[in-house]
Design a protein around this ligand. Sequence first.
Ligand SMILES: *Cc1c(COP(=O)(O)O)cnc(C)c1O
Length: 407
Amino acid sequence: MISRRNLIKNFSAVPLLGGLAGTTNLLPFLDAAAAPAKDYFRDLGIRTFINAAGTYTSMTGSLMLPEVLSAIQYASKEYVILDDLQDKVGQRIASLAKCEYAVVTSGAASAITLGLTGVLTGMDEKKAELVPHLAGTGMKTEVVMQKAHDIPYAHALKNTGVKVILVETKAELEKAINDQTAMLFFVNANNFDGQVQVEEFLQVAKAHRLPAMIDCAADVPPVENLWKYTAMGYDMVCFSGGKGIRGPQSAGLLLGKEKYIKAARLSMPPRGNTVGRGMKVNKEEILGMLVALELYLQKDHAKEWKQWEAQVALIGNAAASVPGVHTATKVPPIANHIPTLHVSWDPAKLPLSAAALQEKLRKGTPSIEVAGSPEGKPHAISITTWMMVPGQEKIVAARLKEALSNV
Ligand SMILES: *Cc1c(COP(=O)(O)O)cnc(C)c1O
C-alpha cells in the first residue's frame, strides 16, 4: 500500500504538483489518487457491500491487512523454489504456533484432506500417487468421527477415498475402531453437540494408537487456540487462513506432528500426480499467510474485543430503539467466538421476514449483508462487526434502524 507520506513525497517530485503538496486541501485529491485506478468490480457489474455477517466463503471471507497485501505484492515480484518456501515458512509458523511442524494449505478443508492423505501414505510417494483409490494398496480405508460432527466440510476426508464411519456414543466409537481405521476426526465447533468431547475423544485415539485430527477452522479468537489443541495432544490441527486470522482466503494451516505433515507434503504441489494438486498455494498466499499470522499474534486482542463490543452495542441500541425490536449480544462458545448481535422482532408489530429485511439491507446504498438467525428463527437476524471496516458500524446502525422503522 502506498502510504500518504510516500505519495506526497512522490508527488513532490512532479513539478506541476510540487508546489501544492504542502497544502491541506490537496489531501482529498491524494486519497482519490491512492484509490485503485480502475473500479474493477463496478466495471464487472459486481455488487460490493458492508460485511456485517461474518466470515463466509460466499462473501469472500475477510479483508487482508495492508501489511499482508504488501507481503503478497513483494512475493509477486520474485521467483523462489516452492518447497524451500514451504519449508522455511512452515518452520516459522510452527514456532509461532508452538507446534512441531506446519504447512500452508489452500484452506482448512484442504488441510483436512492433505493431513489425512499423509496419514494414509506415510513417506511413500508411490502410495501418494494412488490416493484416492485405496483398495488393494495396503493403505487404511476408514476414518471414525461422531455423527454430531458430520458437517459438510467432512467431505474433505472422503476426497482421500476413505469411508467415514459415524458413531454416537463412546462405546460405539471404541467398537468402530478396527485394523482399517486410519484416523479419528473431531470438529471442535461441534464439541458440545457430540457425546464424546474433545479431551476424551483424544484419549480414545491415544489408547488405540491412532492419529487424531481436529478441525479448528473458525476457532480464533481466542488466539491461544492456535496452540491449545496441539499441546493437548492432537496430531493435526486445521485452521482457515482467511477467517479470524485474516490471511488469504484461499489459505489455511495444517499444524502438528512432523511425521504426518511431512508426508502430507508428498501430496502437495509442486508434485502433480496427487490428490492435492488442485489445492495449490503459491508464494503470494504462503507469505501472506505467514505475515497475517504474525500480525494476528501481535495485535491487542483485549482492545479489539472492546471495539467489537462497542460496535455491536451501537448497532444494538439503534435497532432496539424501534418499538417491537429486541436485541441480545451472545458469544458462541467455540468457533466464531465473537460478540454477535441477535436482533429479533415481534411479527405482530413488524410484519417482516428475516429474508425481507436482509433483502432490504442488501438493496440499499451502500449494500449491507447481515446473517440469518443462528437459531433459525424466522423473525430474527444476526450481526457481527469483526469483518467490517471500522466506522461502518455507524452506517449499519442507521440503516438497520431505518429498515426496521419503515415496515
Ligand atoms: C470454514 C470451515 C471449514 C472450511 O475452511 P476453509 O478454510 O474455507 O477451507 C472447515 N470446517 C469448519 C468447521 C469451518 O468453519
